[in-house]
Design a protein around this ligand. Structure first.
Ligand SMILES: O=C(O)c1cnc2c(C(=O)O)cccc2c1O
Length: 468
């Protein structure tokens, strides 16, 4: 008889996920045991089990308001809810219309000063009577993003209110932040919205003790950053934080040599225009940032990019429809055929999610034998200059178009020099979302491109794909 699977409640799942607190979303149509422990649904995140909700904020790109409200427990559906979005013109009009039946919903439109920028950030602030919880994730607030895709979630502890020993919080802020400067960096990010409604949430965050946070915030906001702001956002922030991992002092001299060749893996659900060859941005800027290669080392780490092939999409649980969330356009792809040699398939047999099309975005550095992780980032940022930034003015200014946010796991914040991976026998193996080593595209494989037809082979629903 099949073992009666214990239904784990969200509190158990979070306990089991410690110290990483990193989850995938539950997937309909795969065996229960692959949804049992390190997967959460939106209803589980919003469950009454976590405490008495006072109010919340939802940062995102796409919203289905009626569906979102339904994911809150019925007793919380009238609580104040701030929706932070980047919608304009008719999208703003339809968002307002969707919100009109709910008097407690307030809209906060993120300032979008730069063309082609988007408000990609996916984040929840959940204020309970006991404290505040931050959730940073990769799913839009629409049903299909929580149904049969692979998505990532980092869920914070419920940070307790600072006991009001002094009448102002400034003195306590210093000791109510984490070694990873989680509170400082989150406030730096929020400050860039210059929004009155977010003032309330910034003050609330100030008033809570976040010293237990063990991840770094890696975010992007639209702007041109130089001087003191130069390394605050985008790929330069990632560089600034991961530099520990290859510091001689941290590793010891000999080991540093060894780490230089460790491959870097990027995994994402869309790709921007990256230039006419890898030297424009991918290798010269993005890889340079992630590998911290000082010129003295000859070995260049490999960069492996995981992005679904047409076949990965065709055979996915959603079929070609999954490709609707993989908006890599022909206009962009045809100008960068050189990128294809970096591409690897989406494969997640060990998590039973090979057919749960990825909308998660992750970046990691791993040992040559794929047994150790040097760092791991889950983020909203796809592989694009708009998200990560591009250097200007002779590399003295970083130009970013979009709002993005993610969390970075560094071994040093978990008292180790690297994270063990893919060795289920080791209880504290890091729960990476896909199989390593990654699987190269086959000769016949092509990257999924959203705006061309696929009619020669039908998908898992016996459908073809004909973009209008
Ligand atoms: O999650 C996101 O932030 C995000 C952003 N953009 C898109 C697009 C597009 O921009 O055309 C098309 C389809 C899905 C997404 C999507 O899921």
């Amino acid at each position: 008889s099949t073992i009666q699977l214990k239904r784990y409640d969200p509190i158990d799942k979070i306990k089991h996920s410690l110290p990483y607190r990193f989850f995938l979303t539950t997937v309909k149509g795969i065996p229960d045991e692959n949804n049992a422990l390190n997967a959460l649904s939106l209803k589980e995140i919003l469950s009454t089990q976590h405490g008495q909700l006072i109010q919340s904020a939802q940062f995102n790109y796409m919203f289905h308001i009626d569906w979102l409200i339904e994911q809150y427990p019925s007793e919380f559906r009238q609580k104040p809810l701030l929706i932070v979005h980047g919608c304009k013109r008719d999208e703003l009009a339809s968002l307002k219309a969707e919100c009109s039946p709910y008097p407690k919903i307030e809209l906060c439109s993120a300032d979008m000063p730069i063309p082609f920028g988007t408000h990609h950030t996916k984040m929840m602030f959940l204020l309970y009577t006991e404290g505040i919880r931050i959730v940073i994730h990769t799913s839009n607030l629409i049903p299909q993003d929580w149904n049969q895709k692979t998505q990532g979630i980092w869920i914070s502890p419920i940070f307790p209110k600072i006991s009001k020993t002094t009448d102002d919080y400034s003195t306590t802020t210093a000791n109510s932040d984490s070694h990873t400067n989680f509170k400082r960096d989150l406030l730096t990010y929020l400050d860039r919205y210059s929004s009155k409604q977010l003032q309330f949430w910034m003050q609330t965050i100030l008033e809570h003790d976040m010293s237990s946070a063990n991840v770094h915030v890696i975010s992007s906001v639209p702007g041109r950053f130089t001087g003191g702001d130069f390394q605050k956002f985008g790929h330069l922030k990632l560089r600034q934080v991961t530099i520990y991992c290859t510091l001689k002092t941290y590793l010891g001299i000999d080991k540093q040599e060894q780490y230089q060749s460790w491959p870097i893996v990027g995994q994402f659900s869309s790709i921007g225009s990256l230039g006419k060859d890898a030297d424009q941005w991918l290798e010269k800027e993005f890889l340079t940032t992630l590998k911290q290669l000082n010129s003295s080392y000859l070995e260049k780490p490999e960069l492996k990019l995981i992005y679904p092939s047409v076949e990965n999409v065709r055979t996915s649980l959603e079929g070609y429809k999954a490709g609707g969330s993989l908006p890599y356009s022909m206009n962009t792809a045809m100008r960068q055929p050189w990128l294809n040699k970096y591409l690897y398939q989406w494969h997640s047999d060990y998590r039973n999610r090979t057919h749960a099309s990825p909308h998660i975005k992750t970046y990691l550095r791993t040992s040559n034998d794929y047994k150790q992780l040097l760092w791991f980032l889950v983020t909203s940022a796809n592989l694009s200059k708009a998200a990560w930034g591009s250097l200007e003015k002779d590399n003295t200014q970083l130009f970013i178009r979009s709002y993005e946010i993610g969390v970075l796991f560094l071994p040093k914040n978990f008292s180790c020099s690297s994270f063990p991976i893919l060795d289920d026998k080791i209880s504290d193996s890091f729960p990476i979302p896909y199989d390593l080593p990654p699987t190269k595209y086959e000769a016949k494989d092509k990257p999924w491109i959203v705006d061309i037809p696929y009619t020669s082979q039908r998908d898992s629903h016996d459908c073809t794909w004909n973009p209008h």
